[in-house]
Design a protein around this ligand. Structure first.
Ligand code: SF4
Length: 422
């Protein structure tokens, strides 16, 4: 049974191709053996078999491309698969398929995620013959720092740019706190949602990141000496728009032989995709959910976030109520305070009403200046806090970490637009 959309698409694609080839074989044999097909039989065969299978194969190819998974999965079928793109169960199944005992999967997992090895040759507790089989089927892919571009803030926050295998650039932020650190990871190269205050949306969408590319951002932070205890999916891109790869990455990060990061220590931040929120609530993981609200009524929200034109607040709220009921988790509303736009007392009262209804926490965020936008940060966070406190809504003002290094999402990447367009 196919586990996800990618696998289903590939199965559809293969089924379509197989059917086309079967028909061609049948037609070829008929001609070779001089069997004359009656015109009626021939046209019935074309209409009932060849055309649907041809359409199936074309449809699945387009669906792969639309889902942003086609290049990755179909390429992976012909080339070697990045082992970091597979979750623990998938690795186990592949290992069994290679004729090796299932427990070897745990050993591979420990080499890749605990020891950070990048070569099968270093896996010295695996038999040489098995390592050769692995090398024939898999690679251990890795993202690389881009031009060694790294910005370190006075408060210790570090922003890193990474180059992916196809030249795309993403960024990650490492936020230290005592001897622990949080890694803010990207889930897409670019973003299609174009929120008015966000640098990531301004460069448009390029592609989804694979699970391995998401996990690698945490692995590389760990390799740099960080004790990673928290992961927030708040970097470039909308995580729920890359749902399958996001959830694979979450399972790898959460796995005891992976990075062993508790689900409650991972936060998915969304601009508010109701369908993705509902799917996430059925995942069976106690993951944290943060919703970029930025306005508590439709008209203003639509001005700031084009996605709100498709998903009205009531639809979003209903998905959030569902999430809270099924997971028993509290959600957080993120609210960027923009001067003269969403910082009036009336906005605070509306926000307070919504947060009270969902028993949500509120995180007020000072807006980081974005090149190309004339929006400015508001100084009314204190007034907002007082209004929220009146209705007993728990609220905090997010400490602005890394303000001196353009740590807001997408800013450093945008400085390299000249490279991106190459
Ligand atoms: S805030 Fe999030 S969803 Fe909106 S454009 Fe930026 S990355 Fe995309």
């Amino acid at each position: 049974m196919a586990e996800n959309k990618q696998e289903k698409n590939v199965i559809l694609y293969r089924a379509g191709l197989a059917a086309v080839f079967a028909w061609l074989f049948f037609a070829g044999c008929s001609y070779y053996f001089r069997f004359r097909l009656e015109p009626l039989v021939f046209f019935t065969g074309v209409s009932h078999f060849f055309i649907p299978s041809f359409i199936l194969s074309i449809f699945s190819t387009f669906k792969n491309v639309k889902d942003g998974t086609g290049v990755y999965e179909i390429k992976a079928d012909h080339k070697k698969i990045n082992i970091k793109d597979l979750n623990p169960d998938e690795i186990r199944r592949k290992i069994i398929g290679l004729g090796c005992p299932a427990y070897r999967a745990g050993q591979i997992f420990r080499w890749v995620y605990e020891k950070g090895t990048e070569s099968f040759d270093e896996m010295t507790d695996l038999p040489g013959e098995f390592r050769d089989k692995l090398k024939k089927c898999f690679i251990i892919g890795s993202i690389r720092p881009f031009l060694n571009e790294q910005s370190k803030s006075a408060d210790g926050t570090t922003k890193v740019l990474y180059r992916l295998s196809d030249g795309e650039i993403i960024e990650s932020v490492i936020i230290p706190s005592g001897d622990e650190c949080t890694v803010c990871v990207s889930t897409q190269a670019g973003c299609r949602f174009r929120c008015a205050f966000c640098a990531s949306g301004m460069s448009g969408f390029r592609r989804n990141l694979s699970p391995g590319e998401i996990v690698d951002q945490v692995l590389l932070a760990k390799a740099g000496g960080c004790r990673v205890t928290r992961v927030v999916f708040m970097g470039i891109g909308e995580p729920l728009d890359n749902y399958d790869n996001l959830t694979r990455a979450v399972r790898i990060l959460n796995h005891k032989n992976g990075l062993n990061i508790g689900a409650r220590k991972m936060t998915v931040s969304t601009c508010g995709l109701p369908d993705g929120i509902r799917k996430l609530s059925g995942l069976g993981l106690q993951i944290e959910l943060s919703v970029s609200l930025h306005a508590a009524y439709d008209k203003l929200r639509q001005k700031l976030m084009p996605v709100a034109k498709h998903y009205k607040l009531e639809r979003l709220i209903s998905a959030l109520e569902d999430f809270i009921r099924r997971t028993k988790r509290k959600i957080t509303f993120e609210y960027v305070l923009i001067k003269g736009v969403n910082d009036s007392d009336d906005c605070a009262v509306k926000l307070s009403g919504l947060a009270h209804r969902l028993k949500a926490k509120v995180n007020l965020i000072p807006m980081s200046p974005v090149k190309g936008s004339d929006m400015e940060s508001s100084v009314r966070a204190g007034e907002f806090l007082r209004i929220l406190a009146r209705t007993c809504v728990p609220a905090t003002i997010r400490r602005s970490r890394g303000a001196d290094i353009n740590a807001a999402c997408g800013q450093l990447r945008r400085q390299h637009d000249k490279f991106l367009s190459k």
